[in-house]
Design a protein around this ligand. Structure first.
Ligand code: NI
Length: 170
């Protein structure tokens, strides 16, 4: 397993649509293992393949509250097939959007369908934090970042801050 570099805003690759996985090859398994290792290394609670430079429709996540209970989850070709209600995701953040957090309106409950890492179909419902996490990661597969779901004013503030940060780093 290896830790992969996480692409950050405004890298254009993060805006690319992803393509469904049709065959779960050894390369796909390696990618998944690397994504899990990269997620824990950051640490983060979720990661989409596009964030490490792959355009395949894969997410990994772990909503376990503590390190001792770690349980990495994998979804291939995940889709939100229905959602209901509203909740406020407080202080949402993203490994690809450094040094920024904001409240985001999210659905309260989602139904997700996809494949597990062996290719078996899975379908389940989630609410609370897990529902937020799944919406965030599945957004990544459509080129959507959480900053697209906040007010234009806050987004512009972040963009300016990020530009300045990148200028100072170069
Ligand atoms: Ni993210």
């Amino acid at each position: 397993m290896a830790i992969r570099e996480i692409l950050t805003y405004p890298n254009h690759f993060l805006r690319m649509p992803t393509r469904p996985v049709t065959v779960i090859t050894d390369d796909v398994h390696t990618l998944i293992d690397d994504m899990i290792e990269t997620m824990y290394d950051e640490p983060g609670v979720g990661l989409a393949a596009i964030q490490v430079g792959s355009d395949q429709s894969i997410i990994v996540y772990d909503a376990s509250p503590s390190e001792e209970e770690r349980q990495a989850q994998v979804l291939i070709n995940p889709e939100i097939v229905s959602s209901e209600g509203h909740q406020l995701s407080e202080n949402e953040g993203c490994l690809s959007v450094p040094d920024f957090r904001a409240d985001v309106k999210r659905a309260a409950r989602v139904r997700v369908e996809g494949l597990d890492r062996t290719g078996q179909p899975v379908a389940f419902e989630a609410d609370g934090f897990l529902a937020i996490l799944l919406q965030h990661e599945i957004d990544h597969l459509k080129g959507i970042l959480f900053i697209d779901r906040i007010s234009a004013l806050k987004r512009e503030m972040y963009k300016r801050k990020r530009k300045k940060q990148l200028r100072q780093a170069s």
